[in-house]
Design a protein around this ligand. Structure first.
Ligand SMILES: NC(=O)c1ccc[n+]([C@@H]2O[C@H](COP(=O)([O-])OP(=O)(O)OC[C@H]3O[C@@H](n4cnc5c(N)ncnc54)[C@H](OP(=O)(O)O)[C@@H]3O)[C@@H](O)[C@H]2O)c1
Length: 261
């Protein structure tokens, strides 16, 4: 059975993808840690749309998580035709004072797991000569961001990796999209303890981000920034030296960070 696998599908952007794709007839495998939420979401989507929705409750930061998840989908005979690598989190603060295990966990989830799941499911896509991968990156990846140093760097990695992979795989009928949302109304900011520094004005909704992603899949784009202003800013930063960007951002964010202490 062909399925769409979405990581981080219990809430936020991942849940938005699950709702949209179930409505469009996709059979789903939803992955996150919150078992009860996933269970309820699967029941709701199956009842509403008559599609299949299976869940795997797993902490993807555990070292063997990708192997266990892959074994689970193989056991059920699922062919992952769409892979949405969405699970991720951020952190905010003075890197020297941030918890190292938390930063390492972020690199694990935002990068290692994304690479591992892509590698595992790409093999089947290559055999079938079809597939769609959506890697949820961020507009934060277009420039270094002081006080969000690790997070911005993980997303620079995701965008770069995705665009390279798109070119490698286009001859095999496989499409890869780096989806780069700007600030979006989800639990992300609270989880990263950055709710005080994020401008709520101008934030996009999950539905707007999903609309952008779906349009980009249809047109075969390999990278998209969600939101007009986010897109313009991401283009402008290409022309501004990183030294200037980081100086200005460090000043603003350092003041806010010190207010928080
Ligand atoms: N919101 C924004 O402003 C924004 C902007 C740009 C990019 N993004 C990116 O969008 C993606 C989704 O974020 P979001 O805004 O939807 O955040 P969110 O509302 O906090 O959702 C994060 C999702 O990831 C799952 N998750 C977190 N840690 C996990 C772990 N260890 N193992 C398995 N699943 C885990 C969470 O589920 P459980 O807690 O149930 O595990 C949840 O489903 C992330 O990659 C983020 O970097 C967000």
């Amino acid at each position: 059975m062909k399925v769409t696998l979405i990581t981080g599908a219990s809430i936020g952007i991942g849940e938005g993808f699950a709702r949209r794709l179930a409505a469009e007839g996709h059979d789903l495998v939803l992955v996150a840690r919150s078992e009860k939420t996933l269970h309820e979401l699967c029941d709701e989507l199956m009842l509403k749309h008559g599609t299949m929705a299976h869940y795997v409750a797993i902490d993807l930061t555990e070292p063997d998580s990708d192997a266990r998840l892959f074994a689970e989908t193989e056991k059920h005979g699922f062919e992952v035709d769409w892979l949405i690598n969405n699970a991720g989190f951020g952190s905010y603060g003075d890197f020297a004072k941030l918890d190292l295990d938390h930063e390492k966990g972020m690199i694990d989830l935002n990068i290692r797991v994304l690479i591992a799941l892509t590698s595992r499911y790409l093999a089947g896509m290559r055999e079938r000569k079809s597939g769609q991968i959506i890697n949820v990156s961020s507009a934060a990846g277009f420039q270094p961001i002081p006080f969000m140093a690790t997070y911005a760097a993980t997303k620079a990695f995701v965008t770069s990796f995705s665009e390279a992979l798109a070119a490698e795989n286009s001859p095999y009928g496989i499409k890869v999209l780096a989806l780069c949302p700007g600030s979006t109304k989800t639990n992300f900011q609270a989880a990263a303890k950055m709710d005080r520094v994020i401008q709520v004005k101008g934030q996009q909704t999950v539905e707007e981000v999903i609309d952008t992603a779906m349009r980009s899949v249809k047109s075969g784009r390999t990278r998209v920034v969600s939101g007009f202003t986010n897109d313009i800013v991401s283009r402008i930063v290409n022309f501004v030296p990183n030294a200037l960007i980081t100086r200005v951002m460090a000043k603003g964010l350092r003041d806010k960070y010190q207010e928080d202490r």
